[in-house]
Design a protein around this ligand. Structure first.
Ligand code: APR
Length: 247
């Protein structure tokens, strides 16, 4: 096995606390397109649709795109090996938590228990009037925008739109991890979006070793990454799990 995988496995096995930090790339092999790069959603859709001001002023139009980009796929895609591998590392006591920028719920679907959803989750919706919370299984999206059963106001996916604050407790828990973890595994993220992209540099500044899995160089590769596994998430995690298990 190549020495980079041996190096990564040694770091993970000897870490006191290892944390995974994931982006859209970990879900690409589950069939969810990334936002940037080849087949990126932002090549096809205007990110403006995902600005909170646009949602408030063009609610129906925004909801139509949200349903097409996310909810038409949501619940129809399943975790891939990389999601399951992180859940297995957690059950082996080798991973303390997952911080994810993704809103697809696939880490929970794969069995991960400690997941900080830094950008929220499509699984939940919130009423803009009375703040009542719903799960997507309770809501019919054929008629848009969906309305609150209690006060009649519009429901919004409980995900962070551009221009919105990062939800608590995910924000506090995530930055706390950068102070206590001595190993971060970055999987499938460009590092293009703040404040999420402050997490890996903060972890490294506190002495964490950074392992990165991405088939393409990211903003992190030449700035914070210590061990770069230049591969797709499932391939890299298969090789890494074999190395960790000493196969
Ligand atoms: N395995 C691993 N990584 C992959 C794979 C794969 N099979 N396919 C693509 N990638 C990598 C790409 O090289 C890229 O670096 O995944 C990354 C996807 O980048 P983005 O689409 O920018 O996703 P992300 O970094 O999570 O975006 C952050 O931007 O639009 C906002 O809120 C949105 O959470 C998102 C944030």
């Amino acid at each position: 096995m190549s020495d980079t995988y041996q190096q990564a496995a040694d770091i993970i096995r000897s870490a006191k606390r290892c944390v995974a930090f994931t982006g859209a790339g970990i879900s690409v092999e589950s069939g969810i397109p990334p936002f940037r790069g080849e087949n990126g959603l932002w090549n096809k859709y205007d990110p403006e649709t995902f600005d909170i001001r646009y949602f408030y002023t063009h609610t129906k139009a925004s909801w139509e795109v949200i349903r097409e980009i996310f909810y038409d796929l949501f619940g129809k895609v399943v975790p891939n090996f990389a999601h399951y591998a992180l859940a297995q590392l957690e059950s082996m006591g080798l991973l303390g938590s997952v911080i994810t920028q993704n809103v697809d719920n696939l880490h929970y679907d794969a069995g991960s228990r400690t997941v900080h959803e830094f950008h929220g989750s499509l699984k939940k919706l919130v009423c803009l009037g009375c703040r009542a919370k719903y799960t997507i299984s309770e809501i019919d999206l054929t008629c848009l925008p969906p309305e609150c059963g209690k006060c009649g106001k519009v429901l919004k996916p409980d995900v962070i739109f551009f221009g919105e604050a990062i939800p608590e407790p995910a924000r506090t828990h995530s930055f706390n991890e950068t102070r206590i973890a001595d190993c971060f595994i970055l999987i499938g993220t460009t590092g293009a979006v703040a404040p999420a992209n402050m997490i890996p540099p903060a972890a490294r500044a506190n002495g964490a070793k950074i392992i990165e899995i991405n088939p393409v160089v990211s903003e992190y590769t030449h700035s914070v990454t210590d061990v770069f596994l230049k591969e797709k998430a499932t391939t890299a995690m298969e090789r890494l799990m074999d190395e960790i298990k000493g196969k």
